[in-house]
Structures are given as structure tokens and as C-alpha cells.
Design a protein around this ligand. Structure first.
Ligand code: AMP
Ligand code: MG
Length: 353
């Protein structure tokens, strides 16, 4: 792949940035890639109706080509161009679009199989981010976009994180600052009898159940989530140093981290921790501050989600060679956070009763 010069354009005000959107829209229409912010994470966008353009996404990410892409749209007309909207999807869209939800729908012929990994269905999302919508409007086509990270790495929630992974591979990154939610959209399959959540996100099961009634039950234990299985083949969102999650009752959490940190140090390792502010303060006597990433106040799930991927990426250059992270309760937004953390940890969890 030819090495490109990657430009970052800071967008502070949509209205005064129309020249940049015109240029970015033209880049998309010409079949090249533009990274852009959304309210979830940064996306790596291509013309979603152009199979060759979408092939460049897989190449830039190093992503397996059977992994389908999500089409990002700016309005209802674009949805109808790409998919057949089921009654179930109507309700999800009415309640949560624009926003951090993706609906899986039967695709129309105009969507190339390359976008959907050969499936007859397509994922559609209408982002709420002004920058994302302005880009889609400027391009005039649905934009296929996965997260703008190299395959397997934590998703980017800042333009700097996109640059770290995509420098030389894409011509343009639109910089809209940090993403509000910080975890990818909730994916809801709306093609069957009952709606099924394929990926948890900021639109929670409880929120969906309010508009849909009963949902398909969550998978008991998908292969990639089997918690104690070693050496799982599935890696995703992974920091460079191996990560272990520590799952302990609140009153035992500090001790559990002390044990893990001391053990690692005795084995000649330099442990880093990803924890709530409260635990960070308690651990400050034991762990140097440069090896502590704080992902928010304990219990503040929104802050934890928003800071999760930056916390994982923080250790790329922070001189730690093993990582330990605090877990959260798997309810509400905590389901999405734990889904990402378990994958980032490749299933390594230390349970303390
Ligand atoms: P990412 O692009 O990294 O946000 O991940 C997109 C994910 O959306 C894929 O890994 C799939 O799990 C899911 N996805 C997209 N399109 C479909 C589809 N047609 N059917 C099922 N899952 C889909
Ligand atoms: Mg991704």
C-alpha cells in the first residue's frame, strides 16, 4: 500500500468548516478513506456503495474480510436506499435514532456484498454527531465505517489515537475532540421474530425492552466470552501489554490489587493498573503514578465508558508490561463496558469471592 501523508483537520465549528466537509465528501466519493468522529468512537469511512472503496477499509485496518461493516446514514431516505426497514426497526429508530444504535436489516441490492461480508443483511446507524452527519451529507452516500483502529486494538476515541493507528494509510482525519459515549453502538438484529442484541452498547437492553417488549435472551456463554478459558483465539480492543481483570467484592478490591501488583513485581514485571479514582488513590503508595490510568469515579459508568479505550491505549507508551483492570457490575451500561474489557483481556479474569 502506498504511504500517504495523513492530515488532521480540527473541526471546532461546523458552519465555518464547509470547505473541509466539501473536500472530505469528495475524498469519500472518489473512493478513498476519511476518519471521522461520532458520538461512540471514531470511524474509518468509505463510500458504502463502492466495493473497491470498502476494500481499502479492510486493508487499512488489517481486518478479516468476513467481518461486516456498518453503513452510516444522515437521514431516512438513505436508510430506505440501503435496506428494508422492518416494523421492529421502525420502533428502535423512532426511539433512539439518531444515536448510538445500529439496526440489522435485510439489505437492498445497491449495497455490495463486500460491505456485509456476503450476508443478505446490513447494519445501519444514524449517528447523532454533527460532524459525522455533515460528512455523510457532503459525501451524499451512506458511509461504511468500522472503528478507525488497526484490527484487534482498542477503538479510538480521539483523533490522536486514530493517527497512531492510521498514519500513512489514509489521507484525512477529522478531529472533533473526544467521543461522548466511548463504546461502540448497540447492535440490534431486527430481522427475526424477536429483536436480538448482537453487541451491547450505550442503548441498554432495558431501554430497548421498553420499546420492543421481550427481546431474545442474551447468549449464555459465547465462545469468546468463556471467562476462564486460557489462550482464547478472539482478541479485540487489546492493549499491547497483557491485561487481567480483577473481579472482587468492593471491600476486597484494594487487597486483591495489592496482591496482583506485588506478585507481578516479584516476577520482575512492571505492572500498570486501570482503576477508578478511589482505588487509584489507595494504590498510589504502591504503584507509581505513571503506571496508573484512572477511568472515572467508582460507579460513574458513563465516565468509565468514555475513558475506557484511552485508558487501554495509555499503556502503549507508559512502560508497563502487565496490566490489571477493575471491573464493573454487568448491568445497564456496565454490560457494554464488561463486554469490551473481557475481550481486551482475552478472557483473563481473576475472581476473588
Ligand atoms: P465495528 O465496525 O468495529 O464497529 O464492528 C462492526 C460489527 O457489526 C461487526 O463486527 C459485526 O459484529 C456487526 N455487524 C455489522 N453488520 C452486520 C450484519 N449484517 N449482521 C450481523 N452483524 C453485523
Ligand atoms: Mg471495531
Amino acid at each position: 500500500m502506498k504511504k500517504l501523508r495523513t492530515r488532521i483537520e480540527k473541526i471546532s465549528n461546523i458552519k465555518s468548516a464547509s470547505a473541509i466537509f466539501d473536500e472530505a465528501g469528495a475524498i469519500i466519493r472518489e473512493g478513498s478513506l476519511v476518519a471521522f468522529p461520532t458520538e461512540t468512537v471514531y470511524g474509518l469511512g468509505a463510500n458504502g456503495l463502492d466495493a473497491d472503496a470498502c476494500a481499502k477499509i479492510y486493508e487499512a485496518k488489517g481486518r478479516p474480510s468476513d467481518n461486516p461493516l456498518i453503513l452510516h446514514v444522515a437521514d431516512r431516505a438513505m436508510i430506505d436506499r440501503a435496506a428494508t426497514v422492518t416494523e421492529m426497526a421502525e420502533r428502535v429508530l423512532a426511539a433512539f435514532a439518531p444515536g448510538p444504535v445500529t439496526v440489522i436489516l435485510p439489505k437492498r441490492d445497491e449495497v455490495p456484498p463486500r460491505v456485509t461480508g456476503g450476508l443478505s443483511t446490513v447494519g445501519i446507524r444514524m449517528p447523532d454527531s454533527d460532524i459525522a452527519r455533515a460528512l455523510i451529507r457532503a459525501a451524499g452516500v451512506p458511509i461504511a465505517a468500522p472503528s478507525a483502529n488497526r484490527s484487534g486494538r482498542p477503538s479510538p476515541t480521539t483523533a490522536a489515537a486514530v493517527f497512531a493507528d492510521m498514519e500513512g494509510k489514509i489521507p484525512l482525519i477529522l478531529d472533533g475532540g473526544s467521543c461522548r459515549f466511548g463504546v461502540e453502538s448497540t447492535i440490534v438484529d431486527c430481522t427475526g421474530e424477536r429483536a436480538e442484541i448482537l453487541r451491547p452498547g450505550a442503548i441498554t437492553r432495558e431501554m430497548l425492552a421498553e420499546v420492543l417488549g421481550e427481546l431474545a435472551p442474551p447468549p449464555i456463554l459465547r465462545e469468546e466470552e468463556a471467562p476462564r478459558a486460557p489462550g482464547m483465539k478472539y482478541t479485540h480492543y487489546a492493549p499491547l501489554a497483557p491485561l487481567t481483570l480483577i473481579d472482587a467484592p468492593r471491600e476486597k478490591l484494594y487487597d486483591a490489587f495489592c496482591v496482583a501488583v506485588r506478585e507481578a513485581a516479584e516476577n520482575g514485571k512492571r505492572p500498570g493498573v486501570i482503576v477508578s479514582r478511589e482505588l487509584a488513590e489507595a494504590l498510589s503508595a504502591l504503584v507509581p503514578s505513571k503506571r496508573i490510568a484512572v477511568y472515572g469515579d467508582a460507579g460513574d459508568l458513563s465516565a468509565m465508558a468514555a475513558n475506557l479505550y484511552e485508558s487501554l491505549r495509555y499503556f502503549d507508551d507508559a512502560d508497563a508490561d502487565v496490566l490489571f483492570a477493575e471491573t464493573v457490575e454487568e448491568a445497564g451500561l456496565g454490560v457494554a463496558i464488561m463486554n469490551r474489557l473481557k475481550k481486551a483481556a482475552g478472557g483473563r479474569i481473576r475472581f476473588i469471592d
